[in-house]
Design a binder for this molecule. Structure first.
Ligand code: CU
Length: 149
């Protein structure tokens, strides 16, 4: 190994290290949609977002008639709640680790639910005990399986 290749290697390591160390807050984008073209209607896309504390999640009204808001009973304790208006963007800032349950008010009964997961599942007990209404149960169980498997 030449001195030069050692030097280049060291620089590459330093660069990789500084990227990992200073990786800033990310913005995640979730579309609020009428259909995904794969047989699913009224949904958040993606339905599960893996984020970290300090990130933001922006809910975008790709189709009309949707909103994004906190599911009471499925929200990290002390975290500011989300209450998006119909047809408006809503931005969730992840202040605490845990599982954030999001619903679209008009389509919640049809299972329009999203989950944002950040760091430790501090409120996993809420996820386990939470029971959505009616036909939302099936979709909620699918989402639950995605983050607990
Ligand atoms: Cu909706």
């Amino acid at each position: 190994m030449t001195l030069r290749s050692v030097f280049v290697g060291a620089i590459a390591l330093l660069t990789a290290g500084s990227f990992a160390g200073t990786a800033g807050a990310e913005e995640h984008v979730v579309k609020m949609m009428n259909a995904n073209g794969k047989g699913k209607f009224m949904l958040f896309e993606p339905e599960v977002v893996h984020a970290k504390v300090g990130d933001t999640v922006k809910f975008v009204p790709t189709n009309k008639g949707h909103n994004a808001e906190t599911i009471p009973g499925l929200w990290p304790e002390g975290a500011a709640e989300l209450k998006g208006e119909l047809n408006q963007e809503a931005v969730l800032t992840i202040e605490k680790p845990g599982i954030y349950g999001i619903k679209c008010l008009p389509h919640y009964p049809m299972g329009m639910i999203g989950l944002v997961v950040a760091g430790d599942l501090t409120n996993k007990a809420q996820l386990d005990s939470y029971k959505p209404a009616g036909s939302a149960t099936k979709r909620f169980d699918e989402l639950k399986a995605k983050i607990t498997q």
